[in-house]
Design a protein around this ligand. Structure first.
Ligand SMILES: [Zn+2]
Length: 262
């Protein structure tokens, strides 16, 4: 078991015990957490993402088994990740077999795109979607949002499940969070986070050698093809008018592109 787990266990052991014993009145100990505070470090965040990928996403999203396109997507992901503000994380990109348009990210760098979206975009468009989702991870939007909504108990359960803690009660607890996680993934983030993710995405696109206007173009395309979007497509569910996002993304691209010869 990794060294960060004892640290968490000391912190949260009373919580875990109460959860495991079904203590309905248990409250987490006072911790310095809040919507703007992440109580886990990067390694723990990766464990949370791995748990979610294995226990929550995998049972519902069948992978699109196309090794050629998966390699192509991985190459895009590597370039965007290297250009991002968190290049230290190993990003895992995965297409899932759905004709709908959909994309989302989990804490720790697990990024998903639907087959339908992947197939209808070119590489610049795919890079734009990947850059937007990686930006949510790089700016800690994903981990903060999950933690603040799921709560610290669930979060620790996800860390423990990710490091191989096979306690059936923890596994059940995590699986029970499935609906809440999907709800969260589909609702999009707050206005500020979405605008920040768009601005960062444009920067990453330019740094990685993709067309910095690709995000604005892709958002425009998605507006036109809205009917193809799945209900839980966070990019389209963002609480910001799409026309404003497109305008801002073009402006960001002008600035970013000027420095990269576009
Ligand atoms: Zn977003």
């Amino acid at each position: 078991m990794s060294s960060f787990v004892p640290k968490l266990l000391v912190f949260f052991l009373p919580v875990i015990c109460c959860v495991c014993m079904g203590c309905a009145t248990a409250r987490p100990p006072a911790i310095p957490s809040g919507p703007e505070t992440v109580v886990v470090d990067s390694a723990e965040e990766v464990q949370v993402g791995r748990s979610m990928a294995q226990l929550i996403i995998a049972p519902r999203y069948a992978p699109w088994n196309n090794s050629v396109e998966q390699r192509r997507l991985n190459a895009i992901g590597r370039k965007i990740a290297a250009a991002s503000d968190r290049p230290d994380i190993v990003y895992h990109l995965q297409t899932f077999d759905s004709p709908d348009y959909d994309a989302f990210a989990l804490p720790g760098g697990y990024v998903y795109l639907s087959r339908g979206l992947y197939q209808d975009l070119d590489d610049d468009g795919r890079a734009a979607i990947v850059a937007h989702e990686i930006a949510h991870v790089a700016a800690y939007h994903t981990v903060k949002r999950m933690q603040s909504v799921l709560g610290d108990e669930m979060f620790v359960g996800l860390v423990l499940a990710g490091v191989g803690q096979k306690d059936p009660q923890i596994i059940r607890m995590v699986a029970g969070a499935s609906d809440a996680v999907f709800d969260l993934l589909g609702r999009g983030y707050g206005r500020q986070d979405e605008l920040e993710a768009d601005a960062l995405a444009v920067k990453y696109l330019a740094r990685a050698g993709y067309d910095p206007y690709a995000l604005a173009d892709t958002l425009e395309f998605l507006m036109k093809e809205k009917k193809k979007a799945g209900k839980a497509f966070e990019i389209l569910n963002a609480p910001v008018r799409m026309s404003e996002r497109i305008r801002r993304s073009r402006k960001e691209a002008e600035i970013a592109g000027a420095g990269f010869g576009f």
